[in-house]
Design a protein around this ligand. Structure first.
Ligand SMILES: Nc1ncnc2c1ncn2[C@@H]1O[C@H](COP(=O)(O)OP(=O)(O)O)[C@@H](O)[C@H]1O
Ligand code: SF4
Ligand SMILES: [Mg+2]
Length: 325
């Protein structure tokens, strides 16, 4: 299987707090994240708000550069791509955002919104552009007559279909979807997720699918990467992680997901999420972990292979004995 995206130690630090009477401070939004994503596959990135998911999405979509680390996309160095390859790289990666209301220009008709990437990036004739727009509308489940309507005339789910269609107009290989269904009703969420699954099968797209909700990624993900305070806690095949989570943080997320905590001891993270400006020493999850020891407070656990996935907990072996779900 060919690797489309390879990230090694991706890190993003923001300098904040500069200004009158404020101490300069560094906020590490993403700290050394590594993963590989194969063509046609889905990697789900899951974690609470503020854990660095959108920052990771912006780095992978070249919206902002990493502070350090390596990123290869489709065989190209995506951190400092050769100028001649930048246009191709930008077409290879597209993004869909959470908010289908804010991401579409309200003054433009759907047909225009979808045609724009073709006008800017190709020399296709007007007729051919129109043909491709109508073809893409059909692919995402929009009717041809909706071509001349404005975004406000559509429901949230339909708007997200328009945003997906726009992202696919230039035939990308990777779609980064940053909480694409979080703003939608439950019943509509399932429809959009099904659409994404169908499009992947038809077009061979890879997805970096971001969500705060493990339940949402259950049907769409091949691999899952759990993040907490900018760091990877557990990463592996979806089946492995859902059947027997080895990191206490993954266990708390699963226990909080409706329909997925059964047969499993309910474990609950205590207290508040720490500020990323002042992350705990040792294990970043130590202030909320029910199993914390002195060693956890002193030593940062490394992300290491165990039971066919990667996990960052000193005591992960202990959870191997739990019954599988
Ligand atoms: N441009 C920025 N400047 C300063 N801090 C930022 C910026 N973008 C994100 N952050 C901080 O980085 C952390 C991760 O944010 P984000 O990537 O948006 O997380 P998520 O998408 O998982 O909610 C948060 O603490 C957020 O406040
Ligand atoms: S290393 Fe310690 S604090 Fe961190 S997750 Fe494991 S048991 Fe909990
Ligand atoms: Mg976000």
């Amino acid at each position: 299987m060919s690797v489309l995206v390879s990230a090694r130690g991706l890190t993003r630090v923001y300098d904040i707090g500069r200004g009158w009477f404020r101490e300069p401070a560094h906020l590490q939004a993403v700290g050394g994240v590594s993963f590989e994503l194969a063509a046609g596959h889905t990697l789900a990135v899951v974690g609470e708000s503020g854990c660095g998911k959108s920052t990771l999405a912006r780095m992978v979509t070249l919206i902002e550069p990493p502070s350090s680390g390596r990123l290869m996309i489709d065989g190209l160095n995506a951190v400092t791509p050769p100028a001649s390859e930048k246009p191709r790289l930008r077409r290879t990666v597209q993004i869909v955002f959470q908010n289908p209301y804010g991401s579409l220009n309200p003054r433009k008709r759907v047909g225009t919104i979808l045609e724009e990437p073709l006008i800017i990036n190709t020399n296709l004739s007007k007729q051919e552009r129109r043909r491709q727009v109508l073809e893409m509308m059909a692919k995402v489940g929009l009717r041809p007559e909706q071509h001349s309507r404005y975004p406000h005339m559509f429901s949230g789910g339909q708007r997200q279909r328009i945003a997906i269609a726009r992202a696919l107009m230039l035939s990308p290989k990777l779609l980064v979807a940053d909480e694409p269904v979080s703003a939608l009703d439950m019943s509509v969420q399932a429809q959009v997720l099904n659409l994404l699954v169908d499009l992947q099968a038809e077009l061979g797209l890879a997805y970096l699918f971001i969500s705060h909700d493990l339940g949402v990624v259950r049907h769409i993900a091949h691999d899952v990467m759990i993040m907490y305070l900018g760091v990877v806690m557990e990463h592996g095949a979806k089946e492995r992680i859902f059947a027997r989570p080895l990191h206490p943080y993954t266990q708390t997320l699963l226990a909080a997901t409706p329909g997925m905590g059964k047969n499993r001891k309910r474990i609950i993270a205590k207290g508040e999420l720490p500020s990323p400006l002042n992350p705990p020493a040792g294990c970043v999850f130590s202030t909320r972990c029910p199993y914390v020891t002195d060693q956890c407070r002193r030593e940062r656990p490394v992300l290491r292979p165990l039971d066919e996935r990667l996990v960052a907990c000193h005591y992960a072996e202990r959870f191997l004995e739990q019954p599988a779900a």
